[in-house]
Design a protein. Sequence first.
Lengths: 361, 372
Amino acid sequence: MSNGKARDIWGEPVRTSASARFDRLGLKEEDLHRLLYYLKLCRYFDERMEMLYRQGRLPGAIYSGRGQEGTHVGTGFALRREDVFLGTHRDLSVQLTKGLELKRVMAQFWGRVDGYTRGRDGNSHVGSFAAAGTFAVVSMLPDSYPVACGWALAFKRRGEERVAVAMCGEGATSNGRWHESLNLSSIHRLPAVWIVNNNQWAYSTPNRLEFSVPSVAVRAEAYGMPGIRVDGTDVLEVYEAVGDAVERARSGEGPSLIESVSLRWKGHAGHDPARYVPREMLDDYMGNRDPVKRLQDLLMSEGAVSEADAGALDERVKKEFDEAHDFAQRSPLPSGEDVTRGLWTEDGYWDSDPRGDGRTE
Amino acid sequence: MTTEGDTSVERGAERSPEVPQASPEEAAKDEAGAAGHGAEPRGKRSAEGEATFLVAIAEAMWEEMERDDSVFLMGQDIGVYGGAFKVTEGFLDRFGPERVMDTPICEETIIGTAIGAALAGMRPIAELQYADFIANGFDELVNVAGKHHYRVGERVPLVVRGPSGGGVRASSFHSQNPEPWFAHTPGLKVVVPAFPTDAKGLLKAAVRDDNPVVFFEHKWIYRRIRETVPDDPDFTVPIGRADVKREGVDVSVISYGAMVHKALEAASDLEDSGISVEVLDLRTIWPLDTAAILRTVEKTGRAVVLYESHRAFGVGAEVSAVLAEDGFDLLDAPVVRLAPPNVPVPFSPPLEDAYLPQVEDIVDAVDKLSKW
């Protein structure tokens, strides 16, 4: 890793602990730029969508993942295209990092035919195995966990070197199917990785009212798998932990549990001012543990990213957002006549071109 | 020693109640080892070549597993033990533990895992030890399996099957008829056959269907009804088609599951009184064969809707509504519903007998209606 700042007395670059870490993680400069790009994209998307929601220009709901981008982008970045990800409404940033197209996600929010669900579902209840290897989010949590078991089972049975990665919040870990899934995956050594985005608040309920163990990660022992708790505001720490767990699963050694801790900066959904979160806690996380700023500062201090680079990335994500937003507004709304179509596979609706009949708004 | 003992299953400290027992012939056959592990279910046919309902179901799964490597089974005690009712006896030795997968007691995760495997291109068949326990897996089935294709266009080709129904002194947790729960839910096909041939053909069709199918096997029928079943490995019965099991002209009895057999018995009794009864077996609850329902009533002008799920909001409520909306002109008399009251299935024989429609109740209802 070249280093723009730290140099020895002869002016040669010095290998810092940070650059040693990049090397250990196999992250080249272009990877670090991409990592920062996704962090910025997800942050910007989250902020702009909230603004549109507050202006009454966005129908439906929003579930901000702000403050948790380290968990999200770190996870998405550690997966291969052929791996599958099954998350929640709050984990849209993972899906964007894993490959969902921004413009089609935006069309989804506005209920348009170019959205991945063609208007049959809204907001972040999105996903596409064909497009990005991601599961269309289900509200009941963590319904994606058993479904991930099934994918992992199929991978194992067919001898494919692929991994199923599921994510839920710490709130969903109280649910029976969370425990059932960890148990089943461990019994059958399934290639699965279980990630818990502990953002410290399940809607308004704090950790201490959700579980009486010191962490979610310790529960792994009860299911005979490794468990690790990482700092979810450090994208590199998440990337490393997920990468290790994914490789472990890929090599046939079975599932792992990762608890990634950060703070949910916004409410449960757009309507929730989250006054139950102590101000000092929020100030601390926003001021000192902003995952986007953390990586940007690190890369700048290492000379891996310049002010100009960062500015260019900011411009790029703004431009991409605006283009995707325009695309969504121009995309046709579905026809009410199609309301019963697509329920059964045999009616052919999903094989048809959603814009085929030339309908417009 | 016989299949009799094997049909009971332990869930924790609870021992399941009485279930239909093997005939002495079957027991002798089992003792002789003719139907041992690794043996095809066809070997369990009677000397005359007839298959029980249970054997027909086993044949369907066996044939589909032979045909398509992506078909696999998962459920509780289906491997070494061969399933609580011995439907999967012999499967483990033939297909191995990956395709005959014993699971912990976790219905929600069994069904959810089946969904994931189906999305990944497999064709899972998830067995519930009793259909009643589908309540534990309700959410994955209703909120994920049923909605997924409509929401995203991704296929979920899975079958969830299990023994349903009462009349076997099994009380309220081992006797339910959960079909209306799922017929009401969008995106799930619901099949409840009454005859071995239909069971075999419909289960094979269910495995080949690209949609999620809920398949209920009435446990009263398992070992009581037998017939010659087709050998053609590609024999299927289309999902969504009812079948006239007895032709008649005076009154139609529209039914499904074990009640079809009661209806046929009643029809036979009524013949002596000069009343000609047509018995329509729905076979599939959803999608409902409304054309067949209207066709039989066009012929008879009178309908008794006979069903074993609870009377209010049950399958018969929908059938009656179809007749009221689309068959009003065809009717010469009001539609009569014959079904259990909306109480849990009771245990003690006089209570359960009072709960379930009996042959004499059907005879009375048809007789009255024919005079209307």
